[in-house]
Design a protein around this ligand. Structure first.
Ligand code: PLP
Ligand code: COI
Length: 361
């Protein structure tokens, strides 16, 4: 079931009017406004993927015993569609398909074949193309899969639902693209070796919420997680990867190794940084070193990167006993350059040398 005709189109009975849509899209923020349609499909052990449909976005009806509600068998992706001069563009969507398959494997769920994943995403983007904002905004796409089988025994479920929804978005952080402040979590870790840190599963985010709430209470935008074993090595933020720019032109980022989400933005930024003449090092970086380097000036810039956040400078770091600032506490030169390089490609304003952009036909 991987050909285009396999996704059945069910007419929306009452789509949003152009006036209403324009009002909703004026200042959408992040993840609050949703487009008209959704793609859904089902999986059972007997039939595999079937009943693929695009239809009016509506609540699910699921059994109270559905396994996802009890054992959190759920995974998701995050990606964006952009309006460009060449048409509607997706950025490296096959990487999202691959990562969803990796997450599925870790969570003992069935894989969505790459071509079916792309077809589902493209069908939604084509159908809801009017929901893609102009200018700086984009249409955030949220493909996800959950265990729908009604069964309370603890084992991988035998029924799943895959769905894609879309949300017109502006900047992820309230302050737009100004530098963010981060909170180092002392009490909580996000992921441990052998755990699910490299999978994009809802449970990782559920476990991070208390730390994120603590960050917010302390006036910070994001939480920084340290490694579970020594509580010393910087891993990533609650919803984005992290990079450090040193005074000798080196860009350091924590290595992937099972406890960090392999960000598609991270991977792209590392390539762009190399092309910009930076020396890229994927190596452990400790919180003590971060503080020392920021204080000595060896660390010039730090930034967060991810689909939702794009590239956001980190201006200051707070923790229980103090704080320190980085560089000029604003957007550094390298951060701004790498963001411009990335956004230029994503929005079709710069040459796509790596074949990262996929136009939706
Ligand atoms: N790390 C975490 C925990 C995330 O939630 C995200 C966002 O998806 C990222 C990193 C960045 O990944 P990507 O660049 O693929 O969006
Ligand atoms: C994304 O960037 O797509 C994420 O899933 C992270 C979250 C902060 C929305």
């Amino acid at each position: 079931m991987t050909d285009k005709a396999s996704i059945k189109h069910i007419k929306h009975p009452s789509p949003t009017s152009p006036e209403q849509r324009a009002a909703l899209m004026q200042n959408p923020g992040f993840g609050k406004v949703f487009s008209d349609h959704m793609v859904t499909m089902k999986w059972t052990a007997e039939k595999g993927w079937h009943d693929a449909e695009i239809k009016a976005r509506a609540p699910f009806s699921i059994d109270p015993a559905a396994a996802v509600l009890h054992y959190a068998q759920e995974i998701f992706e995050g990606m964006k569609a952009y309006r460009t001069k060449d048409g509607i563009a997706l950025f490296r969507p096959e990487e999202n398909a691959r990562r969803l398959a990796m997450s599925a494997e870790r969570m003992a769920m069935p894989a969505v074949p790459e071509d079916l994943f792309i077809e589902a995403v493209e069908t939604l983007v084509r159908t809801d193309a009017d929901w893609i904002p102009d200018g700086d905004g984009s249409l955030y796409l949220r493909p996800f899969m959950f265990a729908s089988e009604a069964f309370l025994g603890v084992r991988p479920a035998s029924e799943y639902i895959f769905c894609v929804i879309a949300s017109p978005v502006g900047a992820y952080f309230k302050g737009g693209y100004k530098a963010v402040t981060v909170w180092v979590s002392d009490d909580y870790t996000r992921a441990a070796p052998g755990g699910t840190g490299a999978a994009k599963c809802g449970g990782n985010y559920a476990a991070s919420l208390i730390a994120q709430a603590e960050a917010t209470k302390n006036g910070c935008d994001q939480v920084v997680f340290l490694d579970a074993a020594e509580h010393r090595w910087v891993e990533e933020l609650g919803g984005m990867n992290v990079c450090f720019v040193m005074d000798d032109g080196t860009l350091i980022t924590p290595p992937l190794g099972g406890t960090i989400l392999p960000g598609i933005t991270r991977n792209s930024i590392l390539k762009l940084a190399q092309e910009a003449g930076l020396k890229v090092e994927e190596k452990p970086y400790s919180i003590e070193q971060w503080r020392k380097d920021a204080e000595s000036g060896k660390l010039r810039e730090a930034f967060a990167c991810g689909t939702a956040a794009v590239v956001a400078g980190i201006g200051a770091v707070r923790f229980r006993d103090g704080s320190f600032s980085i560089g000029n506490s604003g957007d550094g030169e390298v951060t701004a350059r790498l963001r411009a390089d990335l956004v230029g490609i994503q929005r079709g304003n710069a040459a796509d040398k790596h074949g990262w952009v996929r136009l939706v036909k």
